[in-house]
Ligand binder design. Structure first.
Ligand code: PLP
Length: 400
């Protein structure tokens, strides 16, 4: 018998498992609204034009495949911090930003979790309820204790700001608060600018460390600067922050694993020391980050022409999602006018949090071959006009 005979079968991942089930389905009407990956109107994956152009430039330079340094590609790190804070931000000029290129959003979060485990011993990380499912794994596997703070109010299909405030006020000083920079996953509900300011003040008063997960910059409003409002506001208010950034969605670099962990701290000396420790952690985790995707991102952000073209393409993606949101809401209002469906266009980003129960989700999948996560989240990036009616019928049948 194998020495591994006692290793138990792990459950399928609640998000990536949906894609596996979708691929296995033979239903010709099947629809994959599980994973948050952008699709075009033909529901095909998209490689952005700016990415193709950037790759052309990179290939023409005939570069080598040497290792990057542990902290990653210099031009990429600069571009990524510029994208977050805005070019020429005082914190950049003062040298108090530490940035390490890492394995997309997930890997950057994990390096941040490892940093918390080592240097903020005993700190609890507060994550929103609900949140992206992998947050729990990332901190849990690093041995960091996590707790929920209230976030979503099912009655209003909006933010439970009172609950959030109460829970963060009750958090012990020195705790970490994980915040979604924009386009909260899975709810599509973000704090207003005034609420963000109040959260920043609360973090300051209660000595909480904000850790922003920025996975959808550009996907909330279609504008990179507007979507960086919250982390910029916190820095303006004098808070030190951690940020994980990802180019998976906004540049469509999913499989290239492109992102960074950024720390904005009070002074240059702390930034230098923190970066040295981030490198120490990364060295043991994966040694150094991959080259190709970082070169693409740097090429796009640092080249004015490509940068402008990227913004147009991003608005195109955000715009298509907004359009199908409107169409889905209209179809549901027509088919089931007794229910309020306005939340669909109030929610922002890639997702709609439908309020469907796990049993209703099972009906969506088993009867209608609509694949989605069991928390009731659907990715509108996987929907097109041609499928709106079909989806609306499935939803109405499931909520009856
Ligand atoms: N954070 C959130 C909230 C996400 O939704 C995702 C992806 O779905 C990620 C982080 C990480 O994605 P990646 O590791 O591909 O950058």
């Amino acid at each position: 018998a194998s020495r591994f005979a006692d290793v138990a079968q792990a459950p399928p991942d609640p998000i990536l498992g949906v894609s596996e089930a979708f691929r296995a389905s033979t239903n010709p009407n099947k629809l994959n609204l599980g994973v948050g990956a952008y699709r075009d109107e033909d529901l095909k994956p998209v490689v952005l034009n700016v990415v193709k152009k950037a790759e052309g430039n990179i290939f023409s330079r005939n570069e080598n495949k040497e290792y990057l340094s542990i902290e990653g590609l210099e031009g990429f790190r600069r571009a990524t911090v510029d994208l977050l804070l805005g070019q020429g931000h005082p914190a950049i000029q003062e040298g108090r930003v530490a940035a390490i290129q890492s394995l997309s959003g997930t890997g950057s979060l994990r390096v941040g979790a490892a940093f918390i485990a080592r240097f903020l011993k005993g700190a609890t990380v507060y994550i929103s309820n609900p949140t992206w499912g992998n947050h729990r794994n990332i901190f849990g596997d690093e041995g960091v204790e996590w707790k929920h703070y209230r976030y979503f109010d099912a009655a209003t299909v909006g933010l439970d700001f009172k609950g959030l405030t109460e829970d963060l006020t009750a958090a012990p000083p020195g705790s970490v608060v994980l915040l979604h920079g924009c386009a909260h996953n899975p709810t599509g509900v973000d704090p207003t600018p005034e609420q963000w300011a109040a959260i920043a003040d609360l973090c300051k008063e209660r000595n909480l460390l904000p850790f922003f997960d920025v996975a959808y910059q550009g996907f909330a409003t279609g504008d990179l600067d507007k979507d960086a409002f919250a982390p910029r506001l916190f820095v303006e208010r004098g808070l030190e922050i951690l940020v994980s950034q990802s180019y998976s969605k906004n540049l469509g670099l999913y499989g290239e694993r492109v992102g960074a962990l950024v720390m904005v701290v009070q002074d240059k000396e702390s930034a230098t020391r923190c970066l040295s420790q981030l490198k120490r952690l990364a060295r043991a985790l994966y040694s150094n980050p991959p080259t190709h995707g970082a070169k693409i991102a740097a090429e796009v952000v640092n080249n004015k022409e490509l940068f402008d073209e990227w913004k147009v393409e991003m608005r195109g993606m955000a715009g298509r999602i907004e359009r199908v949101r409107g169409e889905l809401q209209a179809a549901l209002e027509a088919k089931c006018p007794q229910k309020d469906w306005s939340f669909i266009t109030r929610q922002i980003g890639m997702f709609s949090f439908t309020g469907l129960s796990p049993a209703q989700v099972d009906n969506m999948t088993n009867k209608h071959a609509v694949y989605m996560t069991r928390d009731g989240r659907i990715s509108l990036a996987g929907l097109n006009s041609a499928k709106v009616e079909y989806l609306a019928d499935a939803i109405v049948d499931s909520v009856r």
